[in-house]
Design a protein around this ligand. Structure first.
Ligand code: BGC
Length: 733
């Protein structure tokens, strides 16, 4: 995000004309308040939903008839800088009030959680990351920007780029997985896709990278929990994706709910001022997470709301999401001098700068023809991108005896109520899908011409019908069981202590397997599951995650061989939940796990991953050979030959890893340094090249300083974080 001199001057002039109240108004974000239309207070309604007294559908019905206050009077009075609304006509009305009826005519920045697509819902991020396809990451973000803008949204609360290594945490679904390099490339591509197409103001939005920072490391995978870590771990694992996003020009950042080493991120001056705005050079603004300023009182870091507001403002928190604490307290504090005027001016300057950069002062409105066009349905190109994204995000975990792909001549019994529910395909944080766009696995298979009979038999929730399972087996050549999690089982506030298949789904699989017929498990889930049992017993497993609106098309295409799966895991899968947190790039220990007793291992489970980061099979096979490495100037050049040794065309994702064999701090056993998608026809071979700048071989120490240390390095190129060809090099810098 860069502003011209003229734009900067415009911001300064406007700032000079604002009253203190108007400035504080810019720092306030509102969402529509629910002001009635049902019999219980809103907080109780949420509790009723959480404890199951009302279903998601009932909740939706109640909310649809609830009365909303859109804060028109506050907007008119200049008390609102930002809103959270996704209805295009409502947004036009609110912008008109802001532009024409407020004293200074400052448009609203309108934010919304467009996490993995708006109406075109793409795979959840942990799934999309399995494509290792930077071009795809960028394209889906661009389409999300275009659809957001068509609905009056000019600020997406995305990308969520929290590194996450503990799949008990429900929010692993929202981000690109466990690896800092993949996370950084994902972050960069997302920022480019959201922000860089200025061919029309309707083609870009401001990104909001979140959650800053180390939210993914919350203790024991319990959401909103505390986080502690060394400076070097913070810099090497959790900050890189944010640094990359800032280098790419991300306009805004959302602070995380958690405390980091005792200081909540919301009031963490070191994180917000020194690192984000200082070291990383954020030009736009920082917004709190929802209600987070108030929560500093519960954290026990502020005595009351006033104190929390003062601490947040001083720490560099520019906008308050949803508490009104700035609105209520900042004026008096500024007048007393506890919050200096420069702090307020800085926040407002940042917020106005983003609004100017978005072109909102010229035209914040959605043209009526555009609204009408979306009402007619999704353009085919959008649907096509949803399909491509879904196709590339599936990971074939296991395929004994080439059970997959199936043929159209085979009689398939499709089992599991997730298979026939279009409402479940989008996953967590999908807020604007329409049922008519969503394709279930059943619908996908039927449309693809498979011979399929459907037997619900039950799913992640509730009872299962074992007799129906027996009937499913009787007439089938092959059984496809769609098992996993509902969309509500991952995402925010959805941590689980047991990450095996929920409910009685394992029993269902056991029953199906008892028939002796071949069983394929299609997983539909939002986190790496503990699949030790399934990996031992089920002959073929396709990880399909929540793939978005075209899930059914993609799964059918993979099952029938029209698409050859190419995804590789963006997160490691454990055998059992007790292995969490689990990740491939863990620090080397003095006693690496092995078969002997006094090593870093468990008595009752393996120490390493069941399916490691980077793992993923194909319907064809690939062979790597002739790895070479040369130092050329300030770079290392790696070459390797990859050959398609099977009978189908396929895409391999080649991965380059490094190990710093000896360093002044313990380093990971392996770190991803680059990756490449390689398309190969049967029998074809390609020589591929990776170029790694020497200064990419360093690491951050416990003072946050980057170090390049001479010594021995081991490089591996291969198909996953566990296999490959290796070479060692001694390097001096
Ligand atoms: C979540 C954020 C989200 C915000 C606004 C919070 O609860 O943590 O990720 O952007 O709500 O909806």
């Amino acid at each position: 995000m860069t502003l011209t001199q003229e734009q900067k001057q415009f911001v300064e002039d406007l700032l000079g004309r604002m009253t203190l109240e108007e400035k504080i108004g810019q720092m306030n974000q509102e969402s529509p308040s629910i002001v009635g239309g049902f019999d219980v207070p809103f907080s109780e309604l949420i509790e009723m939903l959480t404890d199951g007294r009302i279903s998601q559908e009932e909740f939706g019905r109640i909310m649809a008839s609830a009365k909303q206050d859109l804060h028109e009077d506050d907007i008119r009075a200049g008390r609102v800088g930002s809103m959270m609304v996704n209805d295009p006509r409502q947004n036009n009305t609110l912008q008109k009030i802001a532009m024409e009826e407020s004293r200074l005519g400052i448009p609203l920045i309108i934010g919304f959680d467009v996490i993995h697509g708006f109406r075109s819902v793409f795979p959840i991020a942990i799934a999309e990351a399995c494509s290792f396809d930077d071009d795809l990451f960028e394209s889906t973000a661009h389409m999300a920007a275009v659809e957001s803008r068509a609905h009056g949204i000019n600020w997406n609360f995305a990308p969520m780029i929290d590194a996450a290594r503990d799949s008990r945490w429900g929010r692993v679904s929202e981000g690109p997985g466990e690896d800092p390099l993949l996370g950084s490339r994902f972050a960069r591509a997302k920022i480019r896709g959201l922000q860089n197409d200025h061919s029309s103001p309707l083609n870009y939005v401001a990104a909001c990278t979140k959650h800053f920072v180390a939210y993914g490391a919350c203790e024991s995978g319990r959401d909103y929990n505390t986080t502690s870590m060394s400076v070097s771990q913070l810099y090497n694992v959790y900050l890189p994706a944010f640094r990359a996003a800032m280098e790419e020009g991300a306009a805004t950042v959302m602070a995380a709910f958690n405390d980091l080493n005792g200081v909540p991120c919301t009031v963490n001056r070191h994180l917000l001022r020194d690192i984000l705005k200082g070291e990383f050079g954020l030009e736009g603004f920082v917004v709190s997470d929802a209600n987070a300023i108030r929560e500093c009182v519960s954290h026990g870091i502020a005595e009351d709301e006033r104190d929390a507001g003062v601490q947040a403002a001083l720490a560099g928190m520019d906008m308050d999401m949803g508490t009104h604490i700035y609105l209520e307290h900042l004026k008096a504090e500024a007048e007393k001098g506890t919050v200096p005027m420069e702090v307020i001016d800085e926040a407002v300057r940042r917020i106005l700068s983003v609004k100017v950069w978005l072109g909102l002062f010229e035209d914040p409105f959605v043209p009526e023809e555009l609204i009408a066009a979306y009402e007619k349905g999704l353009p085919e190109a959008h649907v096509g991108l949803c399909r491509r994204a879904a196709n590339e995000s599936m990971v074939l975990l296991k395929n004994d005896n080439h059970l997959l792909p199936l043929s159209r001549g085979q009689k398939i019994s499709l089992v599991g109520n997730l298979a026939d529910n279009p409402d479940e395909v989008c996953g967590a944080w999908a807020m604007a899908w329409k049922r008519e766009d969503c394709v279930s696995v059943r619908a996908g298979l039927e449309a693809a011409g498979a011979q399929v009979s459907y037997y619900p038999c039950g799913g992640p929730e509730g009872e299962i019908d074992l007799e129906e399972a027996d009937r499913a087996c009787e007439n089938a050549d092959v059984i496809v069981a769609v098992v996993g999690e509902t969309d509500a089982m991952s995402g925010e506030a959805s941590s689980r202590t047991d990450t095996t298949l929920p409910g009685r789904q394992r029993e269902l699989l056991e029953r199906l397997l008892r028939s002796g017929k071949p069983v394929v498990a299609v997983l539909m889930n939002g986190r790496p599951l503990a699949l030790g049992w399934e990996a031992e017993h089920v002959p073929a497993i396709l990880e399909a995650w929540h793939l978005g609106i075209r899930m059914g098309d993609a799964v059918a295409a993979a099952l029938l061989g029209d698409v050859n799966p190419s995804g590789k895991l963006s997160s490691s899968f454990p055998y059992v939940t007790g292995q969490c947190p689990l990740y491939y790039n863990h620090p080397s220990t003095g006693r690496p796990g092995s078969k002997s007793k006094f090593t870093s291992r468990y008595l009752d489970a393996p120490w390493d991953a069941l399916y490691p980061f980077g793992h993923g099979l194909s319907y064809t096979s690939f062979a790597y050979d002739d790895m070479q490495v040369h130092k050329i100037g300030q770079c290392l050049e790696f070459t390797v030959r990859i050959r398609n040794t099977g009978e189908r065309a396929g895409t391999e994702i080649a991965q380059l890893y490094m190990q710093d064999v000896s360093a002044s701090l313990v380093r990971p056993v392996r770190e991803l340094k680059d990756y490449r998608r390689v398309e190969l026809k049967p029998g074809e071979e390609k020589k591929i090249t990776f170029v790694l700048p020497l200064d990419a071989l360093g690491f951050y120490d416990n003072e946050g300083k980057y170090r390049l240390e001479d010594g021995l390095f081991r490089f591996t190129i291969g198909p996953s974080s566990r296999e490959g060809l290796s070479k060692e090099l001694r390097l001096t810098f």
